[in-house]
Design a protein around this ligand. Structure first.
Ligand code: UGA
Length: 457
């Protein structure tokens, strides 16, 4: 162990916990990953990674000398820093349910002891949760001391599918809490802040990358930064979708419009891709969370509500496009390509494909769905939906009347449509991710633009 190495416990082995454990082990710290799920811990001990994230298994394998997995909280006693990375699933009203955060705090509390220990909230939590965790520690830790045990908010900005790049080469590191605790965090992250670690083979450092900015602030501001960042990204996407609808009506092209406005460095091009609307576990929950925080303070947040409404409408926009071509969907075979909420993940939470499959079935269509990796998960999580699972794209399109591209997997970008179309019964393609780039002999509809179609739509 080098003299800068610290002892760290990471509670929770989901996307955030596994990414954090792998990152900190790679930075040279001694890390124990804790989860109450025995099966997950057994899998991890056997070198199996329970989630799909490109490069993560290779990184975990390369740092296994610095990593331990356990169902017990004992390692907290020797930890300098304890990360809470448990899930905050949406509760009944759509806002995060904090029961796992509370349970993690209560379980770790008895292990706090005489040395300075920082307890870090990395789970995405409502504003005020840092104070709540501090109170839980006070109540459940016999060895608790206000001076030695500080809660820090260190929100996570990684995206699923690019989690390693986002963690190793972040734009910024946000740290909220008492200055003494922030000093410990600065030591923990020193190799990341200075970029002195060796880039792992599975996630090389981008050529143009410079060091991350460090934002030292209060607990409340750090918690707000996380929510406001996600809400702003969600807003950007809804804005692009709203403008896309008008582009279609006035004959403009949303891609060119997004590029044109995105060149203004005050706006930026990223997250202006019109399409099926956002999915995933974060944007919906975080926008709802901010609105609900506003409500608690008797404060209206109409912009965020509009972003949610536009996102909901966007699923219907896709169905409407299909109905315009097919009139009735009764007895029609419709194929949905892509089930995951975005490429390079098998995460199905709030995926546009879910709503599309449900709606198509409701309208009388026979639905077939395909995804390069999310199908086994869909078998478990989408058992309530009625659709046929296709073994390949060829199988999915065989005798289909229409296709909706719901996720922009590379495999779908690379499809040779001229070879596929003859096996279809119809030739309507709703490209809800604007990935078709060359004219093809079908009725192609995209979002906010005229498709490069050989057949006039
Ligand atoms: C998002 C944020 O991007 C991360 O910074 C944040 O850390 C994370 O939430 C979180 O809070 O945990 P993630 O949900 O993994 O990350 O995925 P994104 O890449 O942001 O995509 C979210 C959704 O927006 C996807 O359904 C995607 O298809 C959609 N999207 C994204 C668009 O429709 N258009 C775009 O231009 C960009």
């Amino acid at each position: 162990m080098s003299n800068t190495s610290m002892n760290v416990s990471v509670i929770g082995t989901g996307y955030v916990g596994l990414g954090t454990a792998a990152l900190l082990a790679h930075l040279g710290h001694q890390v124990t990953g804790i989860d109450i799920d025995n099966q997950k811990i057994e899998q991890l001990r056997n070198g199996q990674v329970p989630i799909h994230e490109p490069g993560l298994d290779a990184l975990l394998e390369s740092v296994k000398g610095n990593l331990d997995w356990s169902t017990s909280y004992d390692s907290v006693a020797r930890a300098d820093v304890v990360f809470i990375c448990v899930g905050t699933p949406p509760g009944k009203d759509g806002t995060p349910d904090l029961q796992y955060v509370a349970s993690a705090a209560e379980k770790l509390a008895p292990h706090l002891n005489g040395h300075a220990q920082v307890i870090v909230n990395k789970s995405t939590v409502p504003i005020g949760t840092g104070d709540y965790v501090q109170r839980l520690l006070e109540d459940h830790a016999p060895g608790y001391s206000h001076e030695r045990h500080r809660v820090v908010s260190n929100p996570e900005f990684l995206r699923e599918g690019t989690a390693l790049q986002d963690s190793l080469y972040p734009d910024r590191i946000v740290l909220g809490g008492h200055p003494d605790a922030l000093q410990i965090m600065a030591r923990l992250y020193a190799p990341l802040i200075e970029q002195t670690f060796t880039p792992p083979a599975s996630a090389p450092r981008p050529e143009t990358y410079t060091r991350p900015a460090v934002v030292n602030t209060t607990l409340q501001s750090a918690e707000m930064i996380k929510y406001a960042a996600n809400a702003f990204l969600a807003l950007k996407i809804s804005f692009a979708n709203e403008i896309a609808g008008l582009c279609e009506r006035v004959g403009a092209d949303i891609e060119e419009v997004a590029t044109g406005i995105g060149m203004d460095t005050r706006i930026g091009r990223r997250f202006l891709n019109a399409g099926a609307g956002w999915g995933g576990s974060c944007f919906g929950k975080d926008t709802a969370g901010l609105i609900s925080a506003g409500r608690e303070h008797n404060y209206n947040m109409p912009i965020l509500q509009a972003a949610i409404d536009v996102n909901t409408r966007q699923r219907q926009v896709i169905i409407d496009k299909l109905i315009r071509h097919m009139r009735s969907l009764k007895g029609k075979r419709v194929t949905v390509l892509g089930m995951a909420f975005k490429p390079d993940t098998d995460d199905l939470r709030n995926a546009p494909a879910h709503d599309l499959i449900a709606r198509l079935y409701q309208l009388g269509a026979t639905v077939t769905a395909h995804d390069p990796i999310a199908m086994p998960r869909a078998r478990r999580e989408w058992a309530h939906l009625t659709y046929r699972e296709a073994s390949s794209v060829q199988d999915a399109l065989h005798r289909a009347d229409a296709v909706i591209i719901a996720t922009e997997w590379q495999e779908y970008r690379d499809l040779d449509w001229s070879a596929l179309l003859p096996s279809m019964r119809g030739c309507v393609i709703i490209d809800a991710r604007n990935i078709i780039r060359t004219p093809i002999d079908a009725h192609v509809e995209q979002i906010g633009r005229n498709a490069p179609a050989a057949v006039p739509v």
